[in-house]
Design a protein around this ligand. Sequence first.
Ligand SMILES: *Cc1c(COP(=O)(O)O)cnc(C)c1O
Length: 234
Amino acid sequence: MQDIEKNLKLIDEKIRATAESCGRRREDILLCAVSKTRTPEEINKAIDAGVTDIGENKVQEIMDKYESVKPVKWHMIGHLQTNKVKYIIDKVVMIHSVDSFKLASEINKRAGAKGITMDILLQVNSAQEESKFGISLEETESLINEILEKCENIRIRGLMCVAPKADDPQDIKVYFSQVKEQYDKFSKIGHPRLDFKYLSMGMSHDFPVAIEAGSNLVRVGSAIFGERDYSKQK
Ligand SMILES: *Cc1c(COP(=O)(O)O)cnc(C)c1O
């Protein structure tokens, strides 16, 4: 049995210590607790212990748990198929995984129908790994321009990435730093719907390195809830 409250305390301390070691503050970094395969009871425990933001990587899991979880901010962090946007458009505060104009247009359309503006992050993949989702750093600018031009119901809030597996944390840091460089570049552009605030990088095994490289939103799952048993995921 995992002690969710204790795990959260340790992670909170680690975030604080890492942030302060690079002259930043704990409050500047958002912890998104990733609850895939976890039950509403476990998620509610995390919320009782102070978690404000929950991340899921599957539409189905958001829909299954939405009603039984206490009021919280939901984030869609996984690959999103266009035909499923409609199910979550009014349930999540931000979609981290936008990696095509096709997906952005669908989000734009569904947000418009609900009369809302959707916050999104563009998922980048600076290592160009075939197996992972995300656009290359070079494609970022043209996708941003196309979304700003054609998707009036979308606000682009930043970038997200998943680091490749690497034995040397220094390699991961180089990766994160490249994404941070792009993030800084677009942060300087003034546009009402290009309002960079979130650099979403870092998971259970690499969030301290990500914070050192400039992340301000970490997505932590197993370090809070324990190792996942995928046989429980639908
Ligand atoms: C599962 C997942 C996480 C969290 O992973 P942990 O290793 O359990 O911390 C973060 N981001 C995405 C996109 C995920 O799918």
